[in-house]
Design a protein around this ligand. Structure first.
Ligand code: ADP
Length: 442
């Protein structure tokens, strides 16, 4: 197809010549040229008007008929419009299909903008979060779901872990909320009903707690009778002494397991996780070491203490005692005779930390991530010989969670291990002139 602009050029040139010729004939060259230019301009204005009308009316029909360059313009715009219409239709279909599938999803799905206003949500969001299809689009999500934990979660903007809350619609429904950022500053919020999972988890917890509780009394009775028989020391029992002693050791071990399981289930279920009593950690560590003195002396180990005696902590004394004593007992158990154990309670970078270093057998790197699992032992035989239950580090982990603290483990086989509990600065209490003060309030 030839270039329309060349055609248009010839058209204008022909018009000019015609006007010139007529002008010469009637002896009115200027008037004739002026008339031709005005007619040409009027033709353009007329076509511009037609174009505007056509666009305004969003006509889907063919474009207005026009000659010359305007015919080309109309044709190209029409082509562009058709292409856009097709694309729009495709996108609309895609969106409809996406909305259909997300509507059918049992999980609530919401699209939030940078201001946390709801741009779109599916049917499940109506059921799980109690949203209203007509009123709530465009509203801020934290105005509709006002649970403080959710509002804080949204404000903090750290969505690495999902958040669990009760449904604002029904307190019997437990929801897990996941938020993922996408695009420039949009968020996709996915809300899942995890009530059943929770029920199962609670059943498991209750079951372990109940079994442990039920075993406690029979074990105490068996233990008591075994001790009595061993103490009796008469002819009938003395020949069974070895057997009785072994039975006694095993029943003690079972009692220890039961106690640890009960402690763990208490740590998991007790809601009193924010207990912030002043705890004299240096005295606590000293007391634990004194309790273990006979075992330490028996193994001729050296225990060094590097403690800041003015540094206290806000927390739960009993729980901290359990956690710290488990770590120290492990260091004593897994360090051979004449080994060295260092206990540190210090501030580092404004953060209080308790650390147990030993020169013991160490742990291979592949075991370290699994050490805090229940009943996980690197060497089952060795742990049993040492009287371990396999629950010590699980208890430490739970106590740390309840104190918003972190447990860090590093170790090298054959060289020793280091277990560090790092607490948040807001738990610090400083003893000054016989008084204990929080750093934050002072
Ligand atoms: P256990 O009652 O068996 O000691 P824990 O939960 O306290 O159970 O510890 C889990 C496992 O971690 C232990 O069985 C042991 O293999 C390993 N472990 C814990 N502390 C130490 C340590 N200080 N040195 C070497 N290994 C350790």
């Amino acid at each position: 197809m030839s270039n329309p602009w060349i055609k248009e050029f010839w058209r204008v040139a022909a018009l000019g010549l015609l006007a010139l010729a007529i002008g010469l004939i009637i002896n009115q060259v200027l008037a004739s040229l002026w008339f031709a230019t005005t007619a040409y301009l009027a033709w353009h204005v007329y076509n511009l008007y037609r174009l505007e009308q056509w666009i305004i009316k969003r006509q889907t029909t063919s474009p207005p008929d026009a000659k010359g360059i305007w015919g080309e313009v109309f044709y190209h715009i029409y082509k562009l419009q058709r292409r856009n219409r097709k694309r729009k239709k495709k996108l609309t279909n895609m969106l409809a299909r996406f909305q259909e599938s997300t509507s059918a999803m049992p999980d609530a799905t919401l699209v939030l903008n940078a201001e946390n206003e709801i741009e779109w949500f599916n049917k499940a969001a109506i059921m799980l979060l109690g949203l209203n299809k007509i009123q709530d689009a465009g509203q801020r999500i934290d105005n509709l779901v006002r649970t403080p934990a959710f509002v804080n979660y949204l404000m903090r903007g750290n969505f690495r872990r999902p958040l669990e809350i009760f449904s604002p619609e029904n307190r019997n429904i437990r929801l897990s909320i996941n938020i993922v950022g996408y695009g420039k500053s949009k968020k996709l919020m996915i809300v899942r009903d995890v009530t059943r999972l929770h029920q199962l988890e609670n059943m498991r917890r209750d079951f372990v707690a109940n079994v442990s509780h039920e075993l406690k009394t029979p074990l105490t009775v068996i233990n008591g009778y075994l001790e009595n028989l061993m103490d009796a020391g008469d002819e009938n029992t003395s020949q069974w002494y070895g057997v009785l002693d072994q039975m006694h050791q095993q029943s003690e071990r079972m009692a220890q397991i039961v106690n640890d399981l009960l402690l763990l289930s208490r740590l998991e279920t007790d809601d009193d996780s924010q207990s912030r009593d002043p705890v004299a950690v240096p005295a606590l560590i000293t007391a634990i070491v004194e309790d273990l003195n006979s075992l330490i002396n028996e193994k001729q180990q050296t225990v060094e203490m590097d403690c800041d005696f003015d540094l206290w902590l806000q927390g739960n004394e009993k729980e901290l005692y359990s956690a710290f004593s488990n770590l120290i007992v492990n260091a004593v158990k897994y360090t051979p005779e004449k080994g060295k154990i260092t206990l540190r309670w210090q501030l580092k970078g404004g953060q209080p930390y308790f650390e147990v270093n030993d020169s013991g057998i160490g742990i291979a790197p592949e075991h370290i991530p699994r050490l805090t699992e229940r009943f996980y032992r690197v060497d089952k035989g060795r742990s049993r010989d040492q009287g371990g239950t396999g629950l010590g580090l699980a208890i430490v982990k739970h106590v740390m969670i309840r104190h918003n603290a972190k447990l860090m483990i590093s170790s090298e086989p054959g060289k020793g291990s280091s277990f560090r509990c790092a607490f948040a600065p807001d738990r610090i209490l400083m003893k000054q002139a016989g008084q204990v003060q929080s750093l934050q309030s002072g």
